[in-house]
Design a protein around this ligand. Structure first.
Ligand code: TXA
Ligand code: MG
Length: 343
């Protein structure tokens, strides 16, 4: 299959082009498109055959449920049979935006989307291309991140092409995504609501709006939450995460990098900007200032992909502060560092 690349300027949306992409969705085919978090691989949520193609193309196991993307809050009533007040409160505060709500599903939502669960994950993305596509396709759109299963999520159209060129009908190129990590996933069928995946909306911000948020035990222990494997977001290189703080961190990064280099591996260091001069003998990529976690989140996946492109075999990565978006970054780095399993 020849994958069509459709350039759309996010600042000046060309509706005719959005309509072309929407036709592809309507026909039951796949379109990768930008959202504010990462690129998604979209299919018509109401077409089971189209949804099945996502699993096939991504090589994703069927027990990993998908997020349904909507452009109008009224769609909640079609997709969920029980909308607690906290859902509306969260939607009002954070939609469109990087927050996914897990609710009781309605009959309309097929089991292939939810992996047989009686709940469905829903979000409204904060991206005019994504919203336009959903509106023009006149259907909710399911979209996992547009990468091969278990790999680093794509934050630009080239990343998508690197994984999926020739396997899908169309990629919309709308430039670089602004958030850079996936949406926060919140189970609001639980009481108090439970964080299943840290993401673009920080726990601190959620607490400002709804008070209590329980951090899922899976997340605390770094274990799997529904459909989330321990090993995920993996670059091809082996990633070693150094969680020490201050000088101890720098020393350990230096020691590990030296050891692997001595063994003949091509070693790269992912560092905070303020430490980059401390690794002069090594090859270094900067994720951003340690105090600017938003920038670090935006850069994270692209930096990991760049290490892969340049053939690094080992990435020694400095851990970041686990506050605000730092929690989402660290969750991803821990998973990227986890041993890989067959699935
Ligand atoms: O930012 C995002 O959320 C991106 C963009 C494209 O929207 N999408 C994304 O999708 O990250 P994906 O498939 O890579 O991750 C979906 C996550 C998985 O961890 C899955 O387990 C969880 O959402 N999920 C989906 N449905 C669920 C459900 N019913 N209950 C619990 N978790 C669910
Ligand atoms: Mg993903």
């Amino acid at each position: 299959m020849k994958t069509k690349i459709l350039d759309i300027n996010p600042k000046k949306i060309n509706l005719a082009k959005i309509k072309i992409a929407a036709e592809v969705i309507k026909k039951g085919n796949l379109v990768a498109f930008p959202t504010e978090t990462v690129y998604g691989l979209g299919a018509d949520a109401l077409n089971e055959e189209a949804v099945a193609k996502i699993f096939q193309v991504k090589e994703r196991p069927f027990n990993d449920p998908l997020i349904v993307h909507i452009a109008d809050i009224k769609e909640l009533n079609r997709l969920s049979k029980q909308i607690p007040p906290v859902a509306l409160k969260l939607a009002k505060a954070f939609w469109p935006g990087p927050l996914t709500l897990v609710l009781k599903k309605s009959e309309l939502v097929s089991d292939i989307i939810t992996a047989g669960l009686d709940t469905v994950a829903i979000r409204m993305p904060d991206d005019n291309i994504a919203l336009g596509l959903i509106r023009e396709a006149q259907t909710p759109i399911v979209a996992p991140s547009a990468n091969l299963f278990g790999r680093t999520s794509p934050t630009n159209a080239q990343h998508v092409a690197d994984d999926l060129e020739g396997k899908i009908e169309m990629i919309i190129d709308g430039g670089k995504t602004k958030v850079g990590v996936e949406s926060t996933v919140l189970d609001i069928t639980a009481e108090p609501v439970r964080l299943l995946r840290a993401g673009g909306i920080s726990v601190e911000r959620l607490k400002e709006v709804i008070g209590q948020v329980k951090i899922g035990e899976e997340l605390e222990k770094g274990l799997r939450s529904p459909g989330m494997l321990n090993s995920h977001y993996s670059p091809r290189a082996r990633l070693i995460l150094v969680e020490e703080k201050g000088e101890a961190q720098v020393e350990k990064v230096r020691r590990l990098s030296s050891e692997y280099k001595a063994q003949g591996f091509k070693v790269g260091i992912m560092t905070k900007e303020e430490n980059q001069d401390k690794y002069n003998r090594f090859q270094v990529k900067v994720i951003g200032k340690g105090s600017e976690l938003k920038t670090c989140a935006t850069n994270l996946f692209a930096v990991l992909r760049n290490f892969d492109k340049e053939g690094f075999e080992i990435i020694v990565a400095e851990g970041l502060e686990e506050q605000g978006l730092g929690l989402a970054i660290m969750e991803r780095l821990r998973k990227a560092a986890a041993p890989k399993y067959e699935c």
